[in-house]
Design a protein around this ligand. Structure first.
Ligand SMILES: Cc1cc2nc3c(=O)[nH]c(=O)nc-3n(C[C@H](O)[C@H](O)[C@H](O)COP(=O)(O)OP(=O)(O)OC[C@H]3O[C@@H](n4cnc5c(N)ncnc54)[C@H](O)[C@@H]3O)c2cc1C
Length: 505
Protein backbone atom coordinates (compact mmCIF):
# COMPACT_ATOMS: atom_id res chain seq x y z
CA UNK A 1 0.00 0.00 0.00
CA UNK A 2 1.42 3.47 -0.89
CA UNK A 3 1.83 6.19 1.77
CA UNK A 4 -1.31 7.90 0.55
CA UNK A 5 -3.50 4.85 0.97
CA UNK A 6 -5.75 4.79 3.99
CA UNK A 7 -5.28 1.75 6.22
CA UNK A 8 -9.04 1.41 6.41
CA UNK A 9 -11.23 -0.45 3.97
CA UNK A 10 -14.95 0.24 3.99
CA UNK A 11 -17.99 -1.65 2.78
CA UNK A 12 -19.47 1.56 1.43
CA UNK A 13 -18.16 5.09 0.98
CA UNK A 14 -20.84 7.77 0.65
CA UNK A 15 -19.75 10.98 -1.04
CA UNK A 16 -21.61 13.95 0.42
CA UNK A 17 -23.64 14.44 3.58
CA UNK A 18 -26.76 16.00 2.12
CA UNK A 19 -30.05 14.51 3.25
CA UNK A 20 -29.70 11.64 0.75
CA UNK A 21 -26.18 10.72 1.89
CA UNK A 22 -27.14 10.87 5.56
CA UNK A 23 -30.29 8.77 5.15
CA UNK A 24 -28.29 6.17 3.18
CA UNK A 25 -25.63 6.29 5.91
CA UNK A 26 -28.32 5.72 8.54
CA UNK A 27 -30.03 2.79 6.80
CA UNK A 28 -26.81 1.04 5.79
CA UNK A 29 -24.91 1.47 9.06
CA UNK A 30 -28.01 0.37 10.99
CA UNK A 31 -27.91 -2.78 8.87
CA UNK A 32 -24.31 -3.56 9.75
CA UNK A 33 -22.42 -2.11 6.80
CA UNK A 34 -19.15 -0.38 7.58
CA UNK A 35 -19.77 3.05 6.07
CA UNK A 36 -17.70 6.19 5.67
CA UNK A 37 -19.31 9.50 4.68
CA UNK A 38 -17.03 12.09 3.10
CA UNK A 39 -18.13 15.73 3.04
CA UNK A 40 -16.24 18.46 1.20
CA UNK A 41 -17.54 21.28 3.41
CA UNK A 42 -16.74 22.07 7.04
CA UNK A 43 -20.42 21.59 7.89
CA UNK A 44 -22.46 18.50 7.11
CA UNK A 45 -25.98 18.61 5.64
CA UNK A 46 -25.74 20.18 2.16
CA UNK A 47 -29.06 21.99 1.80
CA UNK A 48 -29.81 21.16 5.45
CA UNK A 49 -27.03 23.55 6.47
CA UNK A 50 -27.83 26.69 8.39
CA UNK A 51 -25.71 29.77 8.98
CA UNK A 52 -25.67 32.45 11.65
CA UNK A 53 -25.69 36.21 10.97
CA UNK A 54 -26.59 39.08 13.29
CA UNK A 55 -27.13 36.49 16.06
CA UNK A 56 -29.88 34.72 14.07
CA UNK A 57 -29.84 31.29 12.43
CA UNK A 58 -30.98 31.01 8.80
CA UNK A 59 -31.96 27.92 6.83
CA UNK A 60 -30.46 27.52 3.37
CA UNK A 61 -32.59 24.84 1.72
CA UNK A 62 -35.20 23.34 3.99
CA UNK A 63 -37.80 25.86 5.07
CA UNK A 64 -40.96 23.88 5.70
CA UNK A 65 -42.01 20.29 5.75
CA UNK A 66 -45.31 18.40 5.62
CA UNK A 67 -47.14 15.21 6.63
CA UNK A 68 -45.82 15.19 10.19
CA UNK A 69 -48.95 14.18 12.09
CA UNK A 70 -48.74 10.63 13.51
CA UNK A 71 -49.46 8.12 10.76
CA UNK A 72 -48.58 10.53 7.95
CA UNK A 73 -45.70 9.61 5.67
CA UNK A 74 -42.92 11.89 6.95
CA UNK A 75 -43.80 11.14 10.56
CA UNK A 76 -43.41 7.41 9.81
CA UNK A 77 -40.08 8.02 8.07
CA UNK A 78 -38.82 10.29 10.87
CA UNK A 79 -39.83 7.68 13.43
CA UNK A 80 -37.76 5.07 11.60
CA UNK A 81 -34.85 7.52 11.28
CA UNK A 82 -35.02 8.24 15.02
CA UNK A 83 -35.56 11.94 14.30
CA UNK A 84 -38.71 12.62 16.29
CA UNK A 85 -36.97 13.58 19.55
CA UNK A 86 -34.34 15.77 17.92
CA UNK A 87 -36.48 17.69 15.42
CA UNK A 88 -38.87 20.16 17.06
CA UNK A 89 -41.70 21.47 14.94
CA UNK A 90 -44.13 24.33 14.97
CA UNK A 91 -47.32 24.01 12.91
CA UNK A 92 -48.05 26.57 10.22
CA UNK A 93 -51.48 28.23 10.28
CA UNK A 94 -54.01 25.48 9.62
CA UNK A 95 -56.34 28.00 7.98
CA UNK A 96 -53.64 29.40 5.72
CA UNK A 97 -50.24 27.71 5.64
CA UNK A 98 -49.54 29.05 2.13
CA UNK A 99 -50.86 32.46 1.08
CA UNK A 100 -50.74 33.56 -2.55
CA UNK A 101 -50.85 37.12 -3.80
CA UNK A 102 -51.61 36.90 -7.51
CA UNK A 103 -52.17 40.07 -9.53
CA UNK A 104 -53.14 41.92 -6.36
CA UNK A 105 -55.61 39.38 -4.88
CA UNK A 106 -54.94 36.97 -2.03
CA UNK A 107 -55.80 33.27 -1.78
CA UNK A 108 -54.87 30.64 0.76
CA UNK A 109 -54.33 26.92 1.22
CA UNK A 110 -55.74 25.42 4.42
CA UNK A 111 -54.61 22.16 6.03
CA UNK A 112 -56.63 18.98 5.52
CA UNK A 113 -58.45 18.16 2.30
CA UNK A 114 -61.97 19.23 3.36
CA UNK A 115 -60.66 22.44 4.88
CA UNK A 116 -58.59 23.07 1.74
CA UNK A 117 -61.70 22.74 -0.43
CA UNK A 118 -63.94 24.82 1.86
CA UNK A 119 -61.40 27.63 2.11
CA UNK A 120 -60.82 28.01 -1.63
CA UNK A 121 -64.51 27.49 -2.37
CA UNK A 122 -65.23 30.72 -0.49
CA UNK A 123 -63.44 32.57 -3.29
CA UNK A 124 -64.44 30.15 -6.06
CA UNK A 125 -68.01 29.24 -5.06
CA UNK A 126 -68.87 27.99 -8.55
CA UNK A 127 -65.88 25.68 -8.60
CA UNK A 128 -66.38 23.60 -5.46
CA UNK A 129 -66.82 20.56 -7.69
CA UNK A 130 -63.50 21.32 -9.47
CA UNK A 131 -61.73 21.62 -6.14
CA UNK A 132 -63.17 18.31 -5.00
CA UNK A 133 -62.06 16.66 -8.25
CA UNK A 134 -58.59 18.23 -7.94
CA UNK A 135 -58.06 16.91 -4.41
CA UNK A 136 -59.55 13.51 -5.29
CA UNK A 137 -57.05 13.16 -8.09
CA UNK A 138 -54.11 14.39 -6.00
CA UNK A 139 -54.89 11.73 -3.42
CA UNK A 140 -55.35 9.08 -6.10
CA UNK A 141 -51.93 9.87 -7.58
CA UNK A 142 -50.26 9.81 -4.17
CA UNK A 143 -52.08 6.59 -3.19
CA UNK A 144 -50.96 4.94 -6.43
CA UNK A 145 -47.31 5.26 -5.44
CA UNK A 146 -46.31 2.22 -3.38
CA UNK A 147 -43.20 3.97 -2.10
CA UNK A 148 -45.00 7.06 -0.82
CA UNK A 149 -47.29 4.74 1.10
CA UNK A 150 -44.55 2.37 2.22
CA UNK A 151 -46.24 -0.56 0.53
CA UNK A 152 -44.18 -3.55 -0.52
CA UNK A 153 -43.45 -3.81 -4.24
CA UNK A 154 -42.56 -6.53 -6.72
CA UNK A 155 -40.06 -4.25 -8.44
CA UNK A 156 -38.96 -0.67 -7.86
CA UNK A 157 -42.16 0.88 -9.15
CA UNK A 158 -42.14 4.58 -8.54
CA UNK A 159 -45.32 6.01 -10.01
CA UNK A 160 -47.75 5.22 -12.80
CA UNK A 161 -46.72 6.30 -16.28
CA UNK A 162 -49.73 8.56 -16.93
CA UNK A 163 -48.71 10.94 -14.17
CA UNK A 164 -45.18 11.10 -15.56
CA UNK A 165 -46.37 11.92 -19.08
CA UNK A 166 -48.85 14.70 -18.25
CA UNK A 167 -47.72 18.24 -17.48
CA UNK A 168 -48.95 19.98 -14.34
CA UNK A 169 -50.66 22.77 -16.30
CA UNK A 170 -52.54 20.22 -18.43
CA UNK A 171 -53.52 18.28 -15.31
CA UNK A 172 -54.82 21.42 -13.58
CA UNK A 173 -56.62 22.55 -16.75
CA UNK A 174 -58.31 19.15 -16.85
CA UNK A 175 -59.88 19.75 -13.42
CA UNK A 176 -60.89 23.39 -13.80
CA UNK A 177 -61.42 25.79 -16.69
CA UNK A 178 -61.19 28.84 -14.43
CA UNK A 179 -57.84 30.57 -15.22
CA UNK A 180 -57.57 32.22 -11.79
CA UNK A 181 -58.18 28.96 -9.95
CA UNK A 182 -55.63 27.32 -12.26
CA UNK A 183 -53.11 29.94 -11.11
CA UNK A 184 -53.95 29.40 -7.47
CA UNK A 185 -53.58 25.62 -7.75
CA UNK A 186 -50.17 26.05 -9.39
CA UNK A 187 -49.20 28.84 -6.97
CA UNK A 188 -46.53 27.00 -5.00
CA UNK A 189 -44.62 26.04 -8.15
CA UNK A 190 -41.35 27.47 -6.72
CA UNK A 191 -41.38 24.45 -4.39
CA UNK A 192 -40.48 22.31 -7.38
CA UNK A 193 -39.36 24.99 -9.88
CA UNK A 194 -42.18 23.88 -12.15
CA UNK A 195 -41.95 24.63 -15.86
CA UNK A 196 -45.08 24.90 -18.00
CA UNK A 197 -45.62 22.02 -20.45
CA UNK A 198 -42.65 20.21 -18.93
CA UNK A 199 -42.82 19.36 -15.23
CA UNK A 200 -44.75 16.10 -14.78
CA UNK A 201 -47.93 15.99 -12.72
CA UNK A 202 -46.64 13.49 -10.17
CA UNK A 203 -44.17 16.05 -8.77
CA UNK A 204 -46.94 18.57 -8.10
CA UNK A 205 -49.30 15.89 -6.75
CA UNK A 206 -46.84 14.32 -4.31
CA UNK A 207 -45.70 17.68 -2.98
CA UNK A 208 -49.18 19.14 -2.58
CA UNK A 209 -50.55 15.95 -1.04
CA UNK A 210 -47.60 16.11 1.37
CA UNK A 211 -48.26 19.68 2.50
CA UNK A 212 -52.08 19.71 2.42
CA UNK A 213 -52.06 16.95 5.04
CA UNK A 214 -50.15 19.17 7.49
CA UNK A 215 -47.44 21.86 7.15
CA UNK A 216 -44.71 22.73 9.65
CA UNK A 217 -41.64 24.84 10.30
CA UNK A 218 -38.60 23.26 11.94
CA UNK A 219 -37.78 25.04 15.18
CA UNK A 220 -34.15 26.08 15.47
CA UNK A 221 -33.14 25.33 11.88
CA UNK A 222 -33.01 22.30 9.60
CA UNK A 223 -29.43 21.43 10.60
CA UNK A 224 -30.93 19.49 13.53
CA UNK A 225 -31.98 16.83 11.00
CA UNK A 226 -28.39 16.47 9.77
CA UNK A 227 -26.95 16.41 13.30
CA UNK A 228 -29.39 13.79 14.51
CA UNK A 229 -28.78 11.49 11.53
CA UNK A 230 -25.00 11.92 11.92
CA UNK A 231 -25.21 11.02 15.63
CA UNK A 232 -27.16 7.88 14.80
CA UNK A 233 -24.71 6.89 12.07
CA UNK A 234 -21.81 7.21 14.51
CA UNK A 235 -23.73 5.22 17.11
CA UNK A 236 -24.19 2.44 14.53
CA UNK A 237 -20.40 2.44 13.97
CA UNK A 238 -20.29 4.61 10.81
CA UNK A 239 -17.71 7.35 10.27
CA UNK A 240 -18.16 10.88 8.94
CA UNK A 241 -15.32 13.10 7.79
CA UNK A 242 -15.79 16.77 6.90
CA UNK A 243 -13.39 18.90 4.79
CA UNK A 244 -12.86 15.76 2.72
CA UNK A 245 -13.54 16.45 -0.93
CA UNK A 246 -13.55 13.54 -3.33
CA UNK A 247 -11.78 14.46 -6.57
CA UNK A 248 -11.63 11.01 -8.20
CA UNK A 249 -13.65 7.83 -8.12
CA UNK A 250 -11.06 5.15 -8.82
CA UNK A 251 -11.93 2.13 -10.96
CA UNK A 252 -10.26 -1.04 -12.18
CA UNK A 253 -11.31 -2.87 -15.33
CA UNK A 254 -14.67 -3.91 -13.91
CA UNK A 255 -15.73 -1.76 -10.99
CA UNK A 256 -15.01 1.13 -8.65
CA UNK A 257 -12.29 0.45 -6.09
CA UNK A 258 -12.18 3.59 -4.00
CA UNK A 259 -12.01 7.34 -3.80
CA UNK A 260 -9.19 9.86 -4.00
CA UNK A 261 -9.48 13.04 -1.94
CA UNK A 262 -8.06 16.43 -2.93
CA UNK A 263 -5.38 15.84 -0.27
CA UNK A 264 -4.15 12.87 -2.30
CA UNK A 265 -5.41 10.31 0.20
CA UNK A 266 -6.92 7.18 -1.33
CA UNK A 267 -9.62 5.25 0.52
CA UNK A 268 -10.85 1.88 -0.69
CA UNK A 269 -14.34 0.43 -0.48
CA UNK A 270 -16.45 -2.37 -1.91
CA UNK A 271 -19.10 0.07 -3.10
CA UNK A 272 -19.55 3.80 -3.50
CA UNK A 273 -22.63 6.00 -3.35
CA UNK A 274 -22.47 9.56 -4.67
CA UNK A 275 -24.85 12.01 -3.01
CA UNK A 276 -23.90 14.93 -5.20
CA UNK A 277 -25.05 15.94 -8.63
CA UNK A 278 -24.76 13.18 -11.29
CA UNK A 279 -23.06 15.60 -13.70
CA UNK A 280 -20.39 16.42 -11.08
CA UNK A 281 -20.13 12.72 -10.18
CA UNK A 282 -19.31 11.48 -13.67
CA UNK A 283 -16.80 14.32 -14.06
CA UNK A 284 -14.63 12.68 -11.41
CA UNK A 285 -14.74 9.22 -13.01
CA UNK A 286 -12.04 8.48 -15.51
CA UNK A 287 -12.97 4.98 -16.61
CA UNK A 288 -13.94 3.24 -19.82
CA UNK A 289 -16.86 1.80 -17.84
CA UNK A 290 -18.61 5.15 -18.27
CA UNK A 291 -19.27 5.27 -21.98
CA UNK A 292 -19.44 8.51 -23.92
CA UNK A 293 -23.16 8.05 -24.67
CA UNK A 294 -24.00 7.87 -20.93
CA UNK A 295 -21.70 10.80 -20.14
CA UNK A 296 -23.32 12.87 -22.90
CA UNK A 297 -26.83 11.96 -21.77
CA UNK A 298 -26.17 12.96 -18.17
CA UNK A 299 -24.38 16.16 -19.22
CA UNK A 300 -27.19 17.02 -21.61
CA UNK A 301 -29.80 17.13 -18.84
CA UNK A 302 -31.17 20.57 -18.02
CA UNK A 303 -31.11 21.81 -14.42
CA UNK A 304 -33.82 23.63 -12.46
CA UNK A 305 -33.43 27.36 -11.99
CA UNK A 306 -31.38 28.87 -9.13
CA UNK A 307 -32.29 31.68 -6.75
CA UNK A 308 -31.21 34.88 -5.08
CA UNK A 309 -32.16 35.07 -1.40
CA UNK A 310 -32.27 37.98 1.03
CA UNK A 311 -31.90 36.90 4.68
CA UNK A 312 -33.49 39.61 6.81
CA UNK A 313 -33.02 40.42 10.50
CA UNK A 314 -35.89 42.52 11.89
CA UNK A 315 -35.59 45.11 14.61
CA UNK A 316 -36.92 43.73 17.89
CA UNK A 317 -40.73 43.54 18.12
CA UNK A 318 -41.19 45.55 14.93
CA UNK A 319 -43.04 43.14 12.60
CA UNK A 320 -45.85 40.77 13.60
CA UNK A 321 -44.91 37.14 12.91
CA UNK A 322 -46.68 35.62 9.88
CA UNK A 323 -47.28 31.94 10.52
CA UNK A 324 -47.53 31.16 6.81
CA UNK A 325 -45.51 31.21 3.60
CA UNK A 326 -46.25 34.09 1.27
CA UNK A 327 -46.01 33.59 -2.52
CA UNK A 328 -46.13 36.76 -4.58
CA UNK A 329 -46.90 37.06 -8.31
CA UNK A 330 -47.14 40.56 -9.75
CA UNK A 331 -49.27 39.35 -12.68
CA UNK A 332 -51.57 36.45 -13.38
CA UNK A 333 -50.30 33.35 -15.22
CA UNK A 334 -47.96 32.18 -12.47
CA UNK A 335 -46.00 30.01 -14.92
CA UNK A 336 -44.47 33.21 -16.35
CA UNK A 337 -42.23 33.25 -13.26
CA UNK A 338 -39.96 31.05 -15.37
CA UNK A 339 -39.62 33.57 -18.18
CA UNK A 340 -37.15 35.60 -16.14
CA UNK A 341 -34.33 37.13 -18.22
CA UNK A 342 -31.11 38.60 -16.79
CA UNK A 343 -31.77 42.08 -15.44
CA UNK A 344 -35.57 41.69 -15.36
CA UNK A 345 -37.30 43.23 -12.34
CA UNK A 346 -38.48 40.82 -9.67
CA UNK A 347 -42.05 39.78 -10.45
CA UNK A 348 -42.47 36.82 -8.12
CA UNK A 349 -40.96 35.64 -4.85
CA UNK A 350 -41.47 33.47 -1.78
CA UNK A 351 -41.31 35.16 1.65
CA UNK A 352 -41.13 33.33 4.98
CA UNK A 353 -40.88 34.62 8.54
CA UNK A 354 -39.16 32.99 11.48
CA UNK A 355 -39.74 33.85 15.13
CA UNK A 356 -37.99 33.14 18.39
CA UNK A 357 -39.60 30.28 20.31
CA UNK A 358 -40.19 32.45 23.35
CA UNK A 359 -41.65 35.34 21.34
CA UNK A 360 -44.05 34.09 18.69
CA UNK A 361 -45.89 37.37 18.36
CA UNK A 362 -43.07 39.10 16.50
CA UNK A 363 -40.92 37.99 13.60
CA UNK A 364 -37.23 37.78 14.35
CA UNK A 365 -36.07 37.17 10.79
CA UNK A 366 -37.29 36.32 7.29
CA UNK A 367 -36.09 34.93 3.99
CA UNK A 368 -37.13 36.30 0.63
CA UNK A 369 -36.35 33.96 -2.26
CA UNK A 370 -36.62 34.92 -5.93
CA UNK A 371 -35.67 32.96 -9.02
CA UNK A 372 -32.34 33.84 -10.61
CA UNK A 373 -30.59 32.21 -13.54
CA UNK A 374 -26.88 31.46 -13.38
CA UNK A 375 -26.31 33.80 -16.40
CA UNK A 376 -26.85 36.73 -14.06
CA UNK A 377 -23.72 35.87 -12.06
CA UNK A 378 -21.80 34.26 -14.93
CA UNK A 379 -19.11 36.98 -14.90
CA UNK A 380 -18.05 35.83 -11.40
CA UNK A 381 -18.22 32.11 -12.24
CA UNK A 382 -14.47 31.64 -11.73
CA UNK A 383 -14.40 33.21 -8.26
CA UNK A 384 -14.53 31.48 -4.88
CA UNK A 385 -16.61 32.12 -1.75
CA UNK A 386 -15.43 35.27 0.04
CA UNK A 387 -13.20 36.36 -2.87
CA UNK A 388 -15.62 37.47 -5.56
CA UNK A 389 -14.68 41.17 -5.60
CA UNK A 390 -16.30 44.57 -5.30
CA UNK A 391 -18.47 44.40 -8.45
CA UNK A 392 -20.13 41.23 -7.13
CA UNK A 393 -20.72 42.86 -3.74
CA UNK A 394 -22.36 45.83 -5.51
CA UNK A 395 -24.48 43.49 -7.65
CA UNK A 396 -25.73 41.69 -4.55
CA UNK A 397 -26.50 44.93 -2.76
CA UNK A 398 -28.33 46.39 -5.78
CA UNK A 399 -30.36 43.21 -6.18
CA UNK A 400 -31.24 43.05 -2.48
CA UNK A 401 -32.35 46.68 -2.42
CA UNK A 402 -34.60 46.01 -5.42
CA UNK A 403 -36.06 42.95 -3.67
CA UNK A 404 -36.85 44.99 -0.58
CA UNK A 405 -38.53 47.69 -2.69
CA UNK A 406 -40.76 45.01 -4.20
CA UNK A 407 -41.46 43.53 -0.75
CA UNK A 408 -42.51 46.96 0.52
CA UNK A 409 -45.40 46.98 -2.00
CA UNK A 410 -47.02 44.02 -0.23
CA UNK A 411 -45.93 44.96 3.29
CA UNK A 412 -45.86 48.78 3.52
CA UNK A 413 -43.43 49.97 6.18
CA UNK A 414 -41.46 46.70 6.31
CA UNK A 415 -38.21 48.31 5.18
CA UNK A 416 -38.15 50.48 8.30
CA UNK A 417 -38.34 47.30 10.43
CA UNK A 418 -35.21 45.77 8.91
CA UNK A 419 -32.09 45.93 11.07
CA UNK A 420 -29.75 44.17 8.65
CA UNK A 421 -29.67 41.66 5.83
CA UNK A 422 -27.42 39.10 4.13
CA UNK A 423 -27.75 37.63 0.62
CA UNK A 424 -26.93 34.50 -1.36
CA UNK A 425 -26.78 33.97 -5.12
CA UNK A 426 -26.61 31.02 -7.54
CA UNK A 427 -22.84 31.00 -6.94
CA UNK A 428 -23.41 30.37 -3.24
CA UNK A 429 -25.50 27.26 -3.95
CA UNK A 430 -23.09 26.05 -6.64
CA UNK A 431 -20.18 26.26 -4.23
CA UNK A 432 -21.91 24.73 -1.22
CA UNK A 433 -23.71 21.78 -2.77
CA UNK A 434 -21.87 21.17 -6.06
CA UNK A 435 -25.11 21.52 -8.00
CA UNK A 436 -24.63 22.70 -11.55
CA UNK A 437 -25.35 26.40 -11.93
CA UNK A 438 -26.58 26.54 -8.33
CA UNK A 439 -29.74 24.76 -9.44
CA UNK A 440 -32.24 24.54 -6.59
CA UNK A 441 -33.59 21.04 -7.14
CA UNK A 442 -31.17 19.45 -9.62
CA UNK A 443 -32.24 17.96 -12.94
CA UNK A 444 -35.53 19.04 -14.52
CA UNK A 445 -37.93 16.16 -15.03
CA UNK A 446 -39.64 16.55 -18.38
CA UNK A 447 -42.92 14.83 -19.23
CA UNK A 448 -41.90 14.98 -22.92
CA UNK A 449 -38.76 12.90 -22.23
CA UNK A 450 -39.82 10.94 -19.16
CA UNK A 451 -37.24 8.17 -19.23
CA UNK A 452 -34.34 10.34 -20.40
CA UNK A 453 -34.82 12.83 -17.55
CA UNK A 454 -35.18 10.23 -14.80
CA UNK A 455 -31.78 9.39 -13.33
CA UNK A 456 -31.44 5.90 -11.92
CA UNK A 457 -29.71 5.12 -8.65
CA UNK A 458 -27.68 2.62 -10.70
CA UNK A 459 -24.80 3.79 -12.87
CA UNK A 460 -22.88 2.01 -15.62
CA UNK A 461 -20.38 0.91 -12.94
CA UNK A 462 -21.85 -2.07 -11.06
CA UNK A 463 -20.80 -1.00 -7.55
CA UNK A 464 -21.27 2.77 -7.95
CA UNK A 465 -24.69 4.19 -7.07
CA UNK A 466 -26.27 7.60 -6.79
CA UNK A 467 -28.59 9.14 -4.27
CA UNK A 468 -29.99 12.60 -3.46
CA UNK A 469 -32.48 14.87 -5.13
CA UNK A 470 -31.65 13.79 -8.68
CA UNK A 471 -32.81 10.25 -7.96
CA UNK A 472 -36.56 9.90 -7.49
CA UNK A 473 -37.36 13.50 -6.54
CA UNK A 474 -36.18 16.49 -4.47
CA UNK A 475 -37.35 17.80 -1.09
CA UNK A 476 -37.52 15.95 2.17
CA UNK A 477 -39.92 13.18 1.12
CA UNK A 478 -38.43 12.78 -2.38
CA UNK A 479 -34.82 12.53 -1.17
CA UNK A 480 -35.63 10.25 1.80
CA UNK A 481 -37.56 7.83 -0.40
CA UNK A 482 -34.82 8.11 -3.05
CA UNK A 483 -32.27 7.11 -0.39
CA UNK A 484 -34.38 4.04 0.42
CA UNK A 485 -34.27 3.17 -3.31
CA UNK A 486 -30.47 3.47 -3.30
CA UNK A 487 -30.14 1.35 -0.14
CA UNK A 488 -32.47 -1.21 -1.71
CA UNK A 489 -29.55 -2.06 -4.02
CA UNK A 490 -27.83 -3.50 -0.93
CA UNK A 491 -30.75 -4.67 1.20
CA UNK A 492 -33.79 -5.10 -1.03
CA UNK A 493 -36.62 -2.57 -0.92
CA UNK A 494 -39.11 -4.74 0.91
CA UNK A 495 -36.67 -5.33 3.76
CA UNK A 496 -36.36 -1.56 4.22
CA UNK A 497 -40.13 -1.13 4.06
CA UNK A 498 -40.47 -3.91 6.65
CA UNK A 499 -37.99 -2.15 8.92
CA UNK A 500 -39.87 1.13 8.67
CA UNK A 501 -43.21 -0.54 9.29
CA UNK A 502 -41.96 -2.63 12.23
CA UNK A 503 -40.40 0.46 13.73
CA UNK A 504 -43.75 2.23 13.52
CA UNK A 505 -45.89 -0.60 14.82
C1 LIG B 1 -33.57 27.47 -1.69
C2 LIG B 1 -34.07 26.08 -1.43
C3 LIG B 1 -35.20 25.91 -0.65
C4 LIG B 1 -35.69 24.63 -0.38
N1 LIG B 1 -36.77 24.48 0.45
C5 LIG B 1 -37.21 23.23 0.77
C6 LIG B 1 -38.27 23.06 1.68
O1 LIG B 1 -38.81 24.03 2.23
N2 LIG B 1 -38.70 21.78 1.95
C7 LIG B 1 -38.11 20.69 1.38
O2 LIG B 1 -38.52 19.55 1.66
N3 LIG B 1 -37.08 20.84 0.50
C8 LIG B 1 -36.61 22.08 0.20
N4 LIG B 1 -35.56 22.22 -0.67
C9 LIG B 1 -35.01 21.02 -1.33
C10 LIG B 1 -34.11 20.20 -0.42
O3 LIG B 1 -33.33 21.05 0.38
C11 LIG B 1 -33.17 19.33 -1.27
O4 LIG B 1 -33.91 18.61 -2.23
C12 LIG B 1 -32.37 18.32 -0.45
O5 LIG B 1 -31.94 18.82 0.78
C13 LIG B 1 -31.17 17.88 -1.28
O6 LIG B 1 -30.50 16.83 -0.64
P1 LIG B 1 -29.40 15.97 -1.39
O7 LIG B 1 -29.25 14.70 -0.64
O8 LIG B 1 -29.68 15.88 -2.84
O9 LIG B 1 -28.01 16.71 -1.17
P2 LIG B 1 -27.42 18.18 -1.15
O10 LIG B 1 -28.10 18.96 -0.11
O11 LIG B 1 -27.30 18.73 -2.52
O12 LIG B 1 -25.97 17.86 -0.61
C14 LIG B 1 -24.91 17.31 -1.36
C15 LIG B 1 -23.69 17.27 -0.44
O13 LIG B 1 -22.58 16.73 -1.16
C16 LIG B 1 -21.43 17.48 -0.81
N5 LIG B 1 -20.43 17.33 -1.88
C17 LIG B 1 -20.50 17.85 -3.13
N6 LIG B 1 -19.42 17.51 -3.84
C18 LIG B 1 -18.63 16.75 -3.02
C19 LIG B 1 -17.38 16.10 -3.18
N7 LIG B 1 -16.69 16.15 -4.33
N8 LIG B 1 -16.87 15.40 -2.13
C20 LIG B 1 -17.54 15.33 -0.94
N9 LIG B 1 -18.74 15.95 -0.75
C21 LIG B 1 -19.28 16.64 -1.77
C22 LIG B 1 -21.95 18.90 -0.68
O14 LIG B 1 -21.06 19.74 0.03
C23 LIG B 1 -23.27 18.65 0.06
O15 LIG B 1 -23.08 18.61 1.45
C24 LIG B 1 -35.04 23.49 -0.94
C25 LIG B 1 -33.89 23.66 -1.72
C26 LIG B 1 -33.40 24.93 -1.96
C27 LIG B 1 -32.16 25.09 -2.77
Amino acid sequence: MSANHSEQHYDIIILGTGLGGLVCGYILSKNGFKVLLLEKNAQIGGCLQTFKRFGVKYDTGMHYIGSMLPGQILHRLFHYLNLLDDVKLSRLDENAYDVFSIAGKQYQYASGYEHFIDTLAQQFPNHRHDLREYTRRLQAIADASPLYNLRKVEENVFIEADYIKTSINDFIASVTADPTLQDVLAGNLPLYAGVKDKTPTYIHALINNFYIQSAWRIIGGSDCIARSLADSIRRFGGEIRTRSEACRILCDEHKATGVELTTGEVIEADSIISNFHPQATIDIIDSHLIRKAYRDRIHGLENTISNFTVYIKFKENSTPYLNYNYYYYEHDDVWKANDRKPGDPLRSYLFMHQCAQDNQQWAQSAEMIGYMRFDEVQQWADTKVGHRGEAYREFKERTAEHYLDVLERSFPGIRACIEDYETSSPLTYRDYTATRFGSMYGIIRDKNFPTQTLVSQRTKIPNLFMTGQNINSHGIPGVTIGAALTCAEFLGLNKIIDEIENNNS
